[in-house]
Write a protein that binds this ligand. Structure first.
Ligand code: S3P
Length: 169
């Protein structure tokens, strides 16, 4: 089985995923990193230059590939749950965990909104809040929800480790 981390940008999926994989001696994979390496450009540039629908197509391919792995912590891009098929394949063999973050924390964490193609730099907080509202019902389909605002990545990784270990004992 796998552990799949979903949630909005800035929720810490990549950092927590790396720590969690280390704790369990599992492999860590990150959908954005795989796509960027394959296309030889950062994902923000792919979205700007090739369009969001092409990026989503690459993301679906990557998700399908990773879902077939085992003992892998999969950190997903924030938009992965937009496609129900992505969630279906990831959930077949994975415990899906939502890292729930507040809009203010996202704003604080993403730093320069201009480098994020899906955030409007003239109204970063407003655009984060709008996208969060659209996506929260999709993220909420996860098996587990962890509030990340006031916790360290180490604490979050330890909590997920415990939840998943309990489930399998
Ligand atoms: C996206 C989130 C990004 C990246 C892309 C699209 C989104 O990933 O996949 O810019 O639609 O929310 P992170 O959540 O890792 O920042």
């Amino acid at each position: 089985m796998n552990i799949v981390l979903i949630g909005f940008m800035g929720s810490g999926k990549s950092t927590v995923g790396r720590l969690l994989a280390e704790r369990r001696s599992w492999v860590h994979r990150d959908t954005d990193e795989i796509i960027a390496a394959q296309e030889k450009m950062p994902v923000g540039k792919i979205i700007r230059e090739k369009g969001e629908s092409e990026f989503r197509r690459l993301e679906r391919q990557t998700v399908a590939l990773l879902a077939g792995q085992d003992k892998t912590v999969i950190s997903t891009g924030g938009g992965v749950p937009l496609d129900p098929e992505n969630m279906r394949v990831l959930g077949r063999n994975g415990a899906v965990v939502w890292l729930r973050v507040s809009s203010h924390r996202v704003l604080h964490r993403i730093g320069d909104a201009r480098s994020r193609p899906l955030i409007d730099p003239s109204d970063p907080l407003g655009s984060i809040e709008q996208r969060l509202r659209e996506r929260e019902p999709l993220y909420a389909k996860a098996r587990y929800t962890i509030d990340v605002d006031d916790r360290t990545p180490e604490q979050i990784a330890a909590e997920i480790d415990l939840l998943v270990s309990k489930e399998n004992s």
